[in-house]
Design a protein around this ligand. Sequence first.
Ligand code: COA
Ligand code: AMP
Length: 625
Amino acid sequence: MGEYEDIFRAATVDPEAFWLGAAEAIDWHVAPTRALDGSRPPFYRWFPDGELNVCHNALDRHVDAGRGEQAALVHDSPVTGTRRTYTYAELRDEVALFAGVLTGLGVGRGDRVVIYLPMVPEAAVAMLACARIGAVHSVVFGGFAPKELAVRIDDATPTVIVSASCGIEGKRVIEYKPLLDKAIELAEHKPSRCVILQRPQAEAELGENDVDWAGAMAAASPAGCVPVRATDPLYILYTSGTTGKPKGVVRDGGGYAVALRWSMPNVYDVDTGETIFTASDVGWVVGHSYIVYAPLLAGATTVLYEGKPVGTPDAGQFWRVVAEYGVKSLFTAPTAFRAIKKEDPKGERLGQYDLSTLRYLFLAGERLDPETHRWASDLLGIPVIDHWWQTETGWPIVANPAGIELLEIKPGSPTKPLPGWDVQVLDAAGQPAEPGTDGAIVVKLPMPPGSLPTLWNDDERFVASYMSAFEGYYLTGDGGRVDEDGYVYVMGRTDDVINVAGHRLSTGGMEEVLASHPDVAECAVIGVADPLKGQVPRGFVVLKAGVDRDEEQLRGELVQLVRDQVGAVASLRDVAVVPALPKTRSGKILRKTMRGIADGVDEPVPSTIDDASVLDALRAVLRRG
Ligand code: COA
Ligand code: AMP
């Protein structure tokens, strides 16, 4: 029996003992005497009688243990030509000061703070400062448009918003302040203050409710760590669901800290004093967990990288970062490697750098296609580890636990469930699927610490979205199978969520925007295969009777509408005008059939189709386009 199997079994046989044991790696103000409170399923709570402060565990405890001079966070920004390393002591001081700024602005325990920042160290500082004073942060990805930000402001009702004058996308400077002002104008809830970080690439004019970051820091006194209940929310992270209204995934502090701390050495094989480089964005869960919280909880060094893997200045930036900071584990999305491969197919940039510290490449966020897996493995000559998880789960569900034991890699599989995750595949009737047969991937309740306890202010939607399809199971929204050896294969979403360049987006949300155009009678948005981004959205609209428009112009308007309402990150570039959408006799749009046609794979036509001739018209339009 391998070590992985032993550990997995220990967590299954006695989860109380396993997770209370894992909790010993965390500093508690009041140590938990119980691991799980399962008295109110499906609302499970971890470490119900524990009290802690996550910021203390991420920063102060390392300084107190004499590691104040070790590098905690490196900001590496090729787009601005700057780099800065913060030691644990420096980061603790900066965070304590910003915590003082927030307290001075009236932010208290349980209050929400929305953070809308590019990839600057201040993003991590603001997150940790909230954790320090028991406030709840909600980071919104910078690529979302004002309307998306406004929806999140109205749901989270923040006391304060933290933002910057601008972000940098390649060579373009994107002014954030007008986007923020527009979002506040659109939102019903108004924050009392906005703290604005001025960046030299484009300074913003501040209004009467705005506070300058630097000025506020200069005047502030540091604030200490406030112990909170383990079950108190640490953050809300909005993620795309099947409609335009995002889901506010709640993360508790105690369970999350325990799970992340466990995952660092056991999954990523990175521990105190070692360096991890997670190339993602703090606006996504990967950024929350493996740029900010997990590396710092482990006393490791984290690299916060501002830029793309390619372009500015070239496709060798990831290798440069690895060499410069002695990175042991690199974590990003497969799409980043496809982008590097496109620009540097032979990997010639690699030869310029010493990558001897690099032991693993971890990939997640979307399906890892076998060709990218092979290319990256051949190029780097190290294990390339696919692993699968979601915003909701906070940390990996299925992975190759490199720090415990490297299991055989089967391309196409993110490998096996981690301790605490009882992953199963069910058929439509809710019966266990045979090994190797596709079905809905579910997790038997309770899920381990770190996973979402509920949705912000919406227990009902939590139950309806995740807990109702199969009683006693969490519905992941992904379809796939488990093979005879227990390897999990994740084939794709079974709902209206798509993954574009590793970014999770709602096709339902985009449909709501297209449908709001005065000339559109009905519409559908589907994800189609894309060689770089994995998937991209493609829109189909049916015009209202009597509308006679120049199609090119109309398409331009529709693309712009989605860009304005959802954001550039939606990457919707293609909208086709079609005479009708294929539907079942009961009026349900046959999206799977449409996806097949758009991808050039002819799916069997469902017998429930209302009018099969619609498909021919659709094919003709797509062939023309
Ligand atoms: N702020 C403002 N705009 C943003 C943004 C941000 N934070 N992030 C992306 N955008 C914009 C981009 O500039 C682009 O705009 P454009 O249409 O005007 O060119 C648009 O949103 C689409 O962005 P993206 O899908 O990221 O495409 P890209 O061509 O800019 O970059 C990759 C493609 C593959 C290089 C990039 O997506 C990448 O590195 N992804 C992998 C890492 C990652 O972030 N994973 C997330 C989860 S692990
Ligand atoms: P997010 O919540 O943004 O992290 O997106 C989660 C979704 O991304 C999952 O539900 C999957 O659809 C997809 N995903 C993440 N990792 C993988 C993976 N390794 N293989 C296949 N799909 C993945």
